[in-house]
Design a protein around this ligand. Structure first.
Ligand code: 5AD
Ligand code: SF4
Length: 445
């Protein structure tokens, strides 16, 4: 592509969290609205958007190696735009270090992507990392098509300032999107084919707004309003902070039939000293008590979490506290990470940075415990009959893949279509999926 050509084809590559997946979809819609078409797998695009993640070190390094890999044999490159949290945090450095990058756009400014691409195509490199996000959502096009399971960002940013985390700096302060906009967008997604919506936010359960009658509402109120959309069958949300699990939301897990029995509620560590140093506003005990209340409202709820091993100063005994907490909870699944010092965060300069081999060993032990519990959870589901939302074809002829209410992948065979909600008996469990036998299709699914 010559520098004055406007790109005709694009590819958006998203890394990191589900909020980036959502942002990536919205960027694709923006570029589509300009008449650009997405390239198919393997084809070269005129414009490549790298929608980046800054949460851990490796993620940042990956951006630079990806930029390098986009170079063609003749030394030229497609028009490269770096979006997402690395763009926000290190935009200037990227521009200086990678001349082939022509656009740097932060997560709150990507509604300007088409203009910036046009500028770059005309030969002027463009950077935009303004916050906050109010203008962005208003400027995005209407949503038209959706898969059976859709993401909807309802809240962005974080005010919690956990001492290891860059999110409050890259995504900015907590901002809730307005109730009416969210109900509208959910309806559009459902009209476009969505049967399940996962509400997204860095602290999704800190969402607050005013409902249709002008009353103050939290996430429970929003989920209640969304449950009134008839063709919407399932509602999920992620990621939650324990401090924002209010009574109404806990109760909603027992009363809102469309709210799925799955909760991603990161605890990060099991030692109270470490939790305090992390600036988490809970202790191991208060977290466990909270889970008791949630389980009282919804006994079959599947729990998920995030863990960090090797936070500065973490001793062997403190790490054992985390293993004990895992034993006490019995997670259905969880994510675990080695602590990664992020520039500008308080933890990065704390004493007692843990040696890499110690982190490796702790991570292995932690993941062994989590894998054990995940398999146990899946095995305990065998014999249950549940609804499965059909998401895609499986690897074998006639096989389909979908999700149980507890977010387990389930494969089965039968005459169904993508987007159907079917009744399946779970008959066999592996560590990452279950196989089932279809019982009967649900009426009206
Ligand atoms: N190092 C390792 N893990 C981190 N996370 C956030 N920041 C860091 C960091 N500096 C993890 C937390 C969070 C998840 C999204 O990523 O567990 O919940
Ligand atoms: Fe980061 Fe903590 Fe905010 Fe989660 S709650 S985004 S870990 S600062």
């Amino acid at each position: 592509m010559r520098s004055t050509d406007q790109p005709k084809t694009y590819r958006v590559k998203s890394f990191g969290c589900q909020m980036n997946v959502y942002d990536g979809e919205r960027m694709a819609e923006l570029l589509g609205a300009q008449g650009m078409t997405a390239t198919s797998e393997g084809d070269e695009a005129d414009l490549v958007v790298l929608n980046t993640c800054h949460i851990r070190e490796k993620a940042t390094e990956k951006v630079y190696s990806d930029i390098g890999r986009l170079r063609r044999e003749d030394g030229s490159s497609p028009l490269i735009a770096v979006a997402g949290c690395v763009a926000q945090a290190e935009g200037e450095e990227i521009m200086a270090r990678a001349p082939s990058v022509k656009v740097v756009v932060g997560p709150q400014a990507y509604h300007r992507l088409p203009d910036m691409v046009a500028e770059a195509a005309a030969g002027r490199r463009a950077t935009e990392t303004d916050m906050p996000a109010e203008a962005k959502f208003a400027a995005l096009p209407r949503r038209r098509k959706s898969g059976p399971s859709a993401f909807l960002t309802i809240q962005e940013g974080c005010d919690k300032f956990c001492t290891y985390c860059v999110v409050p700096y890259t995504r900015g302060a907590e901002l809730s999107r307005p109730f009416a906009d969210l109900v509208d967008e959910a309806k559009m997604l459902v009209e476009g084919g969505a049967r399940e919506i996962t509400l997204l936010g860095q602290n999704v359960n800190a969402w607050r707004g005013e409902d249709a009658r002008g009353r103050s509402a939290g996430l429970a109120g929003l989920a209640e309003a969304l449950a009134e959309i008839p063709e919407l069958r399932r509602i999920r949300y992620t990621t939650s902070h324990p401090a924002d699990m209010d009574d109404a939301l806990i109760e909603a897990h027992g009363t809102n039939a469309k709210l799925m029995p799955f909760l991603h509620l990161p605890v990060q560590a099991g030692s109270d000293r470490v939790l305090k140093a992390m600036n988490r506003s809970h202790t191991a005990e208060s977290y466990l008590k909270l889970l008791d209340r949630i389980r009282a409202a919804r006994p079959d709820i599947a729990l998920s979490g995030d863990f960090i091993v090797g936070f500065p100063g973490e001793t062997d005994a403190e790490f054992e506290d985390t293993l004990r907490l895992i034993d006490a909870v019995g997670y259905a699944q969880a994510f675990s990470f080695k602590y990664s010092a992020r520039p500008g965060t308080p933890a990065a300069t704390m004493d007692g940075q843990v040696a890499p081999q110690v982190m490796d060993e702790r991570l292995q032990r932690l993941q062994a415990a989590l894998n054990r519990d995940q398999l146990a959870f899946n095995r305990a589901s065998v014999g249950k009959t549940c609804d499965v939302l059909v998401e895609r074809k499986g690897r074998h002829p006639g096989q389909w893949l979908g999700k149980s209410p507890w977010l387990q992948s389930v494969h089965f065979t039968g005459e169904v279509a993508i987007g159907d909600l079917v009744r399946v008996e779970l008959v066999e469990a592996g560590p990452n999926s279950l196989s089932g036998v279809m019982v009967r299709a649900l009426a009206g699914a």
